[in-house]
Design a protein around this ligand. Structure first.
Ligand code: HEM
Length: 104
């Protein structure tokens, strides 16, 4: 919610306008991300200066600022446990006829 009228990138934002941040588009901005549709999690190891804790606006899965996700420490631990359990407990394969590149 805009606390005051302001200008953002030349657009006039009246006071009390609800402004939504398009996190999906930010995470797919070709100015930041190379081969942006490719599933390449190791990109985050290469970009070791960028984190997900709300300091780098190019990547804000938990939001940023005062109203960002309260559970970042919990979620970042739980996610690897949940993923590890799923990978450990099931044999994964793609459905008949589906190729990995179909997801890109
Ligand atoms: C992968 C897991 C999670 C992701 C990606 C995620 C992401 C987010 C995002 C994007 C927001 C909104 C931030 C904003 O408005 O700027 C949010 C808010 C919030 N999240 Fe999460 N979240 C996750 C897990 C959790 C968990 C496990 C909990 C609680 C146990 C939690 C509790 C909250 C709460 C309470 C807020 C509201 C904070 C506020 O409005 O002040 N989140 N989360």
């Amino acid at each position: 919610m805009a606390m005051d009228s302001c200008k953002i990138l030349g657009y006039h934002i009246p006071k009390e306008t609800q402004v939504l941040v398009n996190v999906w588009a930010i995470g797919r901005d070709p100015k930041t991300w190379e081969n942006l549709s490719k599933f390449r999690p190791e990109r985050f190891l290469e970009l070791n200066t960028m984190d997900y804790k709300g300091h780098h606006f190019e990547f804000i899965p938990f939001g940023s600022g005062r109203r960002m996700c309260l559970a970042v420490p919990l979620a970042s631990r739980l996610l690897s446990m949940a993923l590890g359990s799923l990978l450990h407990c099931f044999d994964w394969s793609l459905a008949n006829g589906v190729k990995p590149e179909d997801w890109i």
